[in-house]
Write a protein that binds this ligand. Sequence first.
Ligand SMILES: Nc1ncnc2c1ncn2[C@@H]1O[C@H](COP(=O)(O)OP(=O)(O)OP(=O)(O)O)[C@@H](O)[C@H]1O
Ligand SMILES: [Mg+2]
Length: 371
Amino acid sequence: MSSFDRPLTGEVDGDLGQDWAVSPQAGDEERVVESALRPHSLHDFIGQPKVARQLDLVLEGAKRRGRPPDHVLLSGPPGLGKTSLALIIGSELGTSVKITSGPAIERSGDLAAMLSNLGHGDVLFIDEIHRIARPAEELLYMAMEDFRVDVVVGKGPGATAIPLEINPFTLVGATTRAGLLTGPLRDRFGFVGQMEFYEPAELQLVLARSASLLGVELTDDGSAEIAGRSRGTPRIANRLLRRVRDYAEVEADGRVTRDVARAALALYDVDELGLDRLDRAVLEALVARFGGGPVGVSTLAVAVGEEPNTVEEVCEPFLVRAGLLARTPRGRVATEAAWRHLGHPLPRGGLPLGGGSLPAADTSPEPLFEA
Ligand SMILES: Nc1ncnc2c1ncn2[C@@H]1O[C@H](COP(=O)(O)OP(=O)(O)OP(=O)(O)O)[C@@H](O)[C@H]1O
Ligand SMILES: [Mg+2]
């Protein structure tokens, strides 16, 4: 499998599609590169004006009172800056950040140990907090509310719970699936920041900053070209920048101009809207083979030689968000924008039902974050 192919399996949880150019998830190597590009202060953090402003107030207020701020939940799709913001919270407060993740906390004892090791005012960052095991979650309730944990000593009927005081701390939770959090957990966060997709102009600022950190010469039209194809996601923008830089160094004079970006992204199969080969194959099948739909997702998946859940979870969220595809009760339907984007003349009898109206027809189970 070439490094730009998508995974061929139906396994779409966890390390999903991290090799593919427009995947919102990061691969292992990419995490290392990313840490070099992370903003370190709220001032450096681009976009998300609402969340950033609110968070600034929360942190400033806490600093003035000399107390740790409320617990913070950051929610939103992958690659929008949740981890970056969590680390920024620590650096703005001048405290240390202990990092873990929901799936890494296997036993509640592990979490109890971690909590009792926190220093006064430390930040505990739990990534993917929706995946935390139930017993650990229950332990967290008391820790968040009363800065206490119950340590169970002994086993069976003779076991006793000894309450242990812990230092006041701030929990920062990040989740891509806020809908999966239980009510009691969500309620214990004093501040919830909902991350939104970025505007192209904001992505251009992200790109300019990354280019200067990487020592890449990037022109305005070059960054506009990359920003427009980055699906509103800084992680994708940074990744495309790195790929275009390689191309610029090998095939041109190293400068990332509009023409260089266009040629490079054509080579990597990322089109003007940020669709890749599979996204386009899905739309093309829908339009050319099924007359624009409605067609069931499994039929569509067979037509492009993919697993239904890859089509459903990898391609569709962005196609829906980009207004190219609608999920209707009768099946998937291509919108007018999809016909136009693929360069197909619109069908004479008009579009199938659902092709013109978007959000109302969407039946996806997860909340879709609008661009
Ligand atoms: N507002 C921003 N300004 C500058 N760079 C950003 C911003 N947001 C994200 N980035 C860049 O995008 C990359 C991904 O961000 P980050 O890891 O914080 O996303 P995330 O929301 O935690 O993703 P995931 O859900 O996969 O954990 C980082 O390397 C960072 O450099
Ligand atoms: Mg993260």
